[in-house]
Design a protein around this ligand. Sequence first.
Ligand SMILES: CC(C)(COP(=O)(O)OP(=O)(O)OC[C@H]1O[C@@H](n2cnc3c(N)ncnc32)[C@H](O)[C@@H]1OP(=O)(O)O)[C@@H](O)C(=O)NCCC(=O)NCCS
Length: 181
Amino acid sequence: MAVSFPAKIETEHLILRPFRWDDIDDLMKFAVNEEWSRYIRPPYPYSRENAREFLADRVALSHPDQTVWCIERNKQMNGDVGFAWHTQNRAGEIAYSLSPEYWNQGLMTEACRVAINTAFAGDQQLNRIYAAIDTRNAASIKVVEKLGLTREGVLRQNRLQKGQLVDDVWYAILREEWAAH
Ligand SMILES: CC(C)(COP(=O)(O)OP(=O)(O)OC[C@H]1O[C@@H](n2cnc3c(N)ncnc32)[C@H](O)[C@@H]1OP(=O)(O)O)[C@@H](O)C(=O)NCCC(=O)NCCS
């Protein structure tokens, strides 16, 4: 994606910034928690090698079709939020995760809100932001509903998640809806 977004964004409770190699110890603290990766791609059990691979992608920015910020609170890296861009469709898929230590305090809703604002403001061509969520992931569904995304439908047995075929529910918001909401 040709558009460049701010590298660092401050919200009321969080700093969104680029990943660094020295985030590895903070990452290991929560990524080893089975609850964290239950509905998302990273493996469980999670090794330091997994953390190195994760950071290698993000520090080297080896995926030009993605924009990812790490989430910092209390001077610790405790999550991530970002987009995979589908430029030809003027769309982006949002993805996010947070250390279980910080769940249910409204922090991911805050991080996603500023990320979506930044995306729509920074790329005037962007028309649609969507999220694909494991239907069992009630907290994530709550996040997108609080943000005003619309439930579009369920893709049955859409993905192999930790050895099990799971349904994904898709939510999306269009530029005009975000502007009005
Ligand atoms: C999903 C996730 C990002 C949510 O982060 P968070 O900071 O806790 O989110 P928020 O606090 O902004 O909102 C969570 C909401 O879900 C609700 N919730 C949490 N667990 C729930 C459950 N089991 N059933 C119903 N609602 C639940 C919370 O009460 C809260 O709603 P409220 O503000 O109305 O009280 C976090 O749980 C996480 O990182 N999970 C692991 C990674 C992941 O699943 N990422 C998303 C992939 S699509």
